[in-house]
Design a protein around this ligand. Structure first.
Ligand code: TA6
Length: 299
């Protein structure tokens, strides 16, 4: 465990899981070593930006529900192994905190995960090193770097599966993806497209393709906008489970679907990353929070 600055404390969190608590000058956050899972981010002066289910499990054997699950090295169900965990094993693994530092008003934490006997024996027999840098302040910056430590090229998927808190999903719009083709995970292929901001009228599960766009979640009832800038990511997933899927998940409250939306910075499906031996790739999401009036285009 590295030396921790005064704004960083390692505590025992829910379920007895180790948790890093950050109380920085411009923002506070909580990150569980289980999955290097950011479960809260509260920029000073703002209500919590990330959503966590009240029904989330806090167990080393299950993913946490909410915050920012790290999906790696595959997204969704494993293509060949029905016993492999959904969204990969990274969110189920215990990551190591290798660095914590105060940088101006921000706090930067670095977490690391490498291959192990269990991961090599499972559905991913490859050597890798994943480094996840979390910068907590008035912005939240999440950077996932993967290095291929194998002697063969590997292809992997990744996602920062970000759950955002909203006042009422019925009064939320997502802008930035207008005109972008998307795969509707419910309807299946072919890709579809719409030229309007996304509004939610039912279960929504879309993979937006070939996009490096910045997206903005307009939380109109709360008068807040959360903007997600990204780098090293060519797909974006937008998801709300709506009533039936929310009721079907035992770690998701039946009525909680109205208070969250996922906007996921990712590289999935045809945008999966191919890494040559020794090569690295970094995917970054940067979250900003602003009053809604300040981001609505004039005119
Ligand atoms: O990102 C959307 C999605 O792939 C949905 O299809 C839904 O399965 C969601 O992820 C949550 O997955 P999880 O394994 O965390 O329940």
């Amino acid at each position: 465990m590295p030396t921790l600055p005064p704004s960083v404390h390692l505590e025992t969190g829910r379920g007895g899981l180790p948790c890093v608590r950050v109380t920085g000058r411009s923002g506070e956050a909580e990150i569980y070593l289980h999955g290097a899972h950011v479960t809260s981010w509260n920029p000073i002066g703002h209500a919590p930006v990330l959503w966590m289910s009240q029904a989330s499990r806090f167990s080393a054997q299950a993913p946490l529900r909410g915050g920012v699950p790290l999906c790696y090295p595959w997204f969704g169900a494993h293509a060949a192994d029905p016993n492999a965990p959904a969204h990969g094993f990274a969110r189920l693994a215990e990551w190591s905190l290798i660095k914590a530092a105060e940088v101006g008003d921000d706090v930067t934490l670095v977490f690391r995960l490498t291959d192990s006997e269990p991961t090599r024996a499972g559905a991913w027999p490859h050597r890798f090193e994943a480094t996840y840098t979390v910068t907590v302040g008035s912005r939240l910056v999440l950077a996932l770097q993967v290095t291929n430590c194998d002697n063969e090229t590997v292809t992997y998927e990744e996602a920062l599966h970000t759950y955002l808190a909203v006042a009422d999903i019925l009064d939320v719009g997502v802008t930035g993806l207008e005109g972008t083709a998307y795969l509707d995970q419910l309807a299946g292929p072919p890709p579809m497209q719409e030229d309007h901001p996304i509004r939610f009228t039912g279960e929504t599960d879309r993979i937006y393709l070939d996009t490096r766009a910045t997206t903005t979640v307009e939380d109109r009832s709360r008068g807040r906008a959360v903007t997600i800038h990204k780098a090293g990511s060519d797909t974006t997933v937008v998801w709300n489970p709506w009533t039936a899927k929310a009721a079907a998940m035992n770690d998701f409250g039946d009525d909680e679907w109205t208070t969250m939306v996922c906007v996921e910075t990712c590289n999935v499906r045809a945008a999966a990353i191919r890494l040559a031996p020794g090569a690295s790739h970094t995917m970054t999401a940067t979250l900003d929070v602003d009053p809604l009036a300040s981001v609505i285009p004039r005119g």
